[in-house]
Ligand binder design. Structure first.
Ligand code: THU
Length: 128
């Protein structure tokens, strides 16, 4: 069965700029009104400045005015499929713990909610 989000994430994975790790990641983020924002990882010679696909997708969506998301698909060539890093979990958590993340690897797919990936998250309610 075709999945538009998986196809979009696979397509943008091809654009990953990952000359150091050679680990190419694509992310497709769907908004609650059906828009899809995509991004890939962008590495840097100053390694710590690397931007993950997930965070880049969130930034693209927010810049376009979208803040409510219903599903994210992350693709890589890993097995087991890549789980979002800690920084990306925190950034995704800003927009809701119910968001479902599906990670598609070379052999299988795994899925979690953001809250499962980041229990006891620090959030806006703690800044009140
Ligand atoms: N990376 C992502 O883009 N998303 C993930 O979920 C895991 C890691 C990137 C960061 C870096 O460019 C490369 O994968 C290896 O860590």
């Amino acid at each position: 069965m075709t999945d538009t989000l998986v196809d979009a994430a696979r397509a943008v994975q091809q654009r990953a700029y990952a000359p150091y790790s050679c680990f190419r990641v694509g992310c497709a983020l769907e908004t609650d009104d059906g828009r899809v924002f995509v991004a890939c990882n962008v590495e840097n010679a100053s390694y710590g400045l690397t931007i993950c696909a997930e965070r880049a997708a969130v930034c693209a969506a927010v810049a376009a005015g979208a803040r409510r998301f219903r599903r994210a698909v992350v693709v890589s060539d890993a097995d087991p499929p890549a789980a979002p890093c800690g920084a990306c979990r925190q950034v995704l958590s800003e927009f809701g713990g119910d968001l479902r993340i599906e990670s598609v690897g070379s052999a299988r797919t795994v899925s979690w909610t953001v809250a499962e990936l980041l229990p006891a998250a620090f959030g806006k309610e703690q800044l009140a």
